[in-house]
Unconditional design. Sequence first.
Length: 89
Amino acid sequence: RKLLPWTPIEGWTPGNLGTSVVDGPKGMKVSMIICDDGNYPEIWRDCAMRGAELIIRPQGYMYPAKEQQVLVSKTMAWCNNVYVAVANA
């Protein structure tokens, strides 16, 4: 679940389960950070500290912010020593 809805556009209740890490293909540990949550380094760090090796980040950003968000994802992955897959970029 998304932890931090982008207010006031996303009016739903924030998730209360924190980040999760699951077993992926061939035993790889996988986590997901949804859209705007990827702009907060603490969320990336939490996934990494829980053992994530790959973080999947679906996002809905459009030009011109799209390229900036891809760069943010690459930077956060590098800072936390994980792989990243960005969808909808």
